[in-house]
Design a protein around this ligand. Structure first.
Ligand code: URA
Length: 192
């Protein structure tokens, strides 16, 4: 088991590789790569889809409107940004925020896999359809699977609606809040 400083060192090295990455064409249109950030010893990771405009500008995940909502949702689960690690399936912004392509996901997956293997969280929250289908269930429906945790590879995988979806669809918000409250219960019972 690596200690926190050793994990931070590995995560810093992964982030440096991501910032210099040219494995797919998205490196040409990015302003900044967004490696992900947070607590190297996090019990929970949150994985989104890909950086948007503000994330691309700042090089940090979830800093726009969806990020502000994510901060509030973390509070419902009794968490703050300093407790968790936040990353995305893609480390670079797709033009016009289109869905990540299969070649882009394949080119980027090694970085996220290495982050997960380094942090070894208890739980991984999948924000929306893209991380759900990429990491847990190809073709899976987030509407059907949100809030239903599954065990895989010794971790708990928790599909959740994407915060940006809840900003557009008012009926998703209470479901997302309820799923975050349930996440708190799950974490409390696992960390007892
Ligand atoms: N949406 C995402 O999926 N990821 C971000 O970092 C920001 C918005």
């Amino acid at each position: 088991m690596l200690d926190k400083a050793a994990k931070q060192e590995i995560l810093d090295e992964i982030a440096a590789q991501v910032r210099g990455c040219t494995r797919c064409p998205l490196h040409r249109s990015r302003s900044n790569a967004v490696p992900g950030e947070g607590n190297p010893d996090a019990d929970v990771m949150f994985i989104g889809e890909a950086p948007g405009h503000y994330e691309d500008q700042q090089g940090r995940p979830f800093v726009g409107n969806a990020g502000q909502l994510l901060d509030r949702l973390l509070g419902i689960a009794g968490l703050g940004r300093s407790d968790v690690f936040i990353a995305n399936i893609l480390k670079c912004r797709p033009p016009k925020n289109r869905d990540p392509g299969p070649d882009e996901r394949a080119a980027c997956s090694e970085y996220l896999d290495a982050q997960i293997a380094t942090i070894q969280p208890l739980a991984i929250c999948l924000l929306g359809r893209v991380p759900l289908q990429t990491l847990l269930e190809p073709g899976g429906s987030i509407t059907r699977l949100h809030g239903k945790p599954q065990e895989k590879d010794g971790m708990l995988w928790v599909p959740l609606f994407h915060p940006a979806a809840a900003l557009h669809r008012a009926d998703y918000m209470p479901q997302l809040e309820e799923d975050m409250a349930n996440l708190k219960q799950i974490l409390d019972s696992r960390l007892e």
